[in-house]
Design a protein around this ligand. Sequence first.
Ligand code: 3HC
Length: 311
Amino acid sequence: ESPELEAEFTATVTADGRIEPRDWMPDAYRATLIRQIAQHAHSEIIGMQPEGNWISRAPSLRRKAILLAKVQDEAGHGLYLYAAAATLGADRTDLTEKLISGRQKYSSIFNYPTLTFADVGVIGWLVDGAAICNQVPLCRTSYGPYARAMIRVCKEESFHQRQGYELLMTMMRGSDNQRRMVQESVDRWWWPSLMMFGPPDDSSPNTERSMAWRIKRHTNDELRQKFVDMSVPQAEALGVTFPDPELRWNEERGQHDFGTPDFAELMRVVKGNGPCNAERIEHRRRAHEDGDWVREAAAAYAAKRAARAKG
Ligand code: 3HC
């Protein structure tokens, strides 16, 4: 550690500059980036499960094709993010082990079940909408590879959000039963979507430092507020309501007042006690083990080629 290098690092991030893989960085900056990027990647990969659940049961070929494309996009987002974590020296196998053994987290939102096809629309509209609120500022995060990964992710995420909203618009123009399905789904996903943004700022151990290092550009509560303000007019256009009696426009603030999410539930889900945590991790472990033979074959082939190259 040298004071000059530390000063140069601080000057770069404070001036909204980019830190690149070969630049000097504080160990704690590297560690918190590996933590956040890895958990972001894990969220993308685990997030394939709730929606993947409906690919074989989509109501039409069009809906199946759209859902297939979206789930494949999530896999790609995971790969970009694991690649960004690798530029910090993280090893993907190690990260996967940490996910499967519960030593690294993934977004709480994916521990809730997808009970009806309306959930596919609501996840696109609200969950990907929340992800967009969170990921657009990350296009300006101080770590170069993470920011660049986000630019591509955000383009695809807006397709995810639009397809979800269009699916719900279609259902809302359908039968009373379909309209009831949409409202019932919104009632289940609204509060967990607000919890995606994390605990309140005053009980967020990472926010202050992540803001100082320009990893985070807004706090958890700022992004949550932004998401609420963005979603209310969309709900009105759709013809659904949010299950929050305290939700109302506050003229002085120029923002919506809303109720307090159940952060005890968030912590329970984060600690592994949500409705689907065990199922999600078991599925991920099985998929990883089923892929062992592919990794072994690729390693054996690489070793043979290396031996041949040596002559
Ligand atoms: N789910 C799981 N864990 C959460 C969480 C959530 N919703 N909110 C907070 N946590 C964890 C944090 O990881 C942290 O634990 P750790 O120190 O062991 O990592 C702890 O709770 C305290 O929270 P903090 O606010 O102090 O932590 P952060 O500063 O890291 O903020 C975050 C949490 C806002 C999720 C931040 O990490 C972040 O912005 N991550 C990148 C975006 C991301 O991961 N999004 C996941 C949504 S999925 C997605 O975008 C894909 C799309 O297709 C839906």
